[in-house]
Design a protein around this ligand. Structure first.
Ligand code: 5RP
Length: 269
């Protein structure tokens, strides 16, 4: 791995533990003004200092994030579809590597849709992006997306997806947590991070998800809705950090969440 690419990657996956708490806020690229992300600037601003990286589009970055920030950026560069269109899987590359470099991105991210009608196109997008990324020293994060077909998310399918993106040269795979997640990690020679998915019922549920993923070998999270749709997003991201970086149990992290929510300043995280 070339120095520049390695250096960028180490800004996202923290060298002390090779883990990350990435804050995903790219949802608008196909969902529009998602609940509690209507004004990305005000949603993101209090969370930035607790995020190891943020995942956003260039539009949100340029318009809603101060250029003085030092949070590493994972730039969403695929899109071209919407939730009201005919097929979410029909993505293309919407942002050039030149613009990613101009924006000082630490990585670029795209979605692939394995098993969909657009499997070939989205995997070809990945191959092309890796070629361009490696030439520019820019890591590529591949999201193993399922569009509206949430039931697809089992270990056999996700292991297949993660292995394919690694084989095509991605540097990080982002996928969903599932039962037998160890199998997904075992078959994938690059770091795997998990999305949070739809908002879960309780904060403890989210922390258990993160805990189980990390214990099964995930390199952390790239989580959005379960952080910024929480009524207490700052305590939430700090509790997730405790699980990812401090090896806190879900229960201990939940205690931390409750204390932070009440205005306490405990030791952990
Ligand atoms: C969409 C994405 C989102 O960033 C991803 O789903 C993470 O956000 P959440 O934790 O809300 O699921 O990659 O394809």
């Amino acid at each position: 791995m070339d120095w520049g690419l390695q250096n960028r990657l180490s800004r996202i996956l923290k060298p002390d533990d090779d883990r990350t708490v990435m804050l995903a806020a790219d949802h608008g690229y196909f969902l529009g003004p998602t609940n509690r992300l209507e004004d990305p600037r005000s949603t993101l601003e209090p969370l930035l200092r607790y995020a190891d990286a943020i995942m956003v589009t260039r539009g949100v970055l340029r318009n809603c994030v101060a250029a003085t920030t030092d949070v590493p950026v994972v730039l969403r560069v695929s899109g071209g579809t919407s939730v009201v269109g005919s097929d979410l899987a029909h993505e293309t590359i919407t942002t050039s590597i030149d613009d990613a470099v101009r924006l000082n991105a630490s990585a670029v991210a795209l979605s692939v849709f394995v098993g969909s009608k657009y499997e070939h196109e989205t995997l070809a997008n990945l191959g092309m992006l890796v070629d361009q990324g490696v030439a520019a020293g820019m890591p590529v994060l591949a999201v193993t997306a399922v569009g509206k077909e949430l039931e697809k998310r089992d270990a056999r399918y996700l292991a297949l997806c993660c292995r394919i993106v690694a084989e095509l040269g991605a540097h990080v795979a982002k996928t969903y947590f599932c039962e037998e997640f160890e199998q997904v990690v075992a078959g994938c020679p690059i770091p795997v991070v998990i999305a949070g998915g739809l908002k879960l019922e309780t904060e403890l549920d989210v922390l258990q998800l993160a805990y189980r993923a990390v214990q099964a070998g995930a390199a952390g999270v790239d989580m959005g809705r379960n952080i910024w749709q929480s009524d207490d997003p700052v305590p939430m991201i700090r509790a997730v950090r405790a699980v990812v970086h401090e090896n806190a149990t879900a229960e201990d992290a939940h205690e931390l969440f409750l204390e932070l929510k009440q205005g306490g300043h405990p030791q952990l995280a």
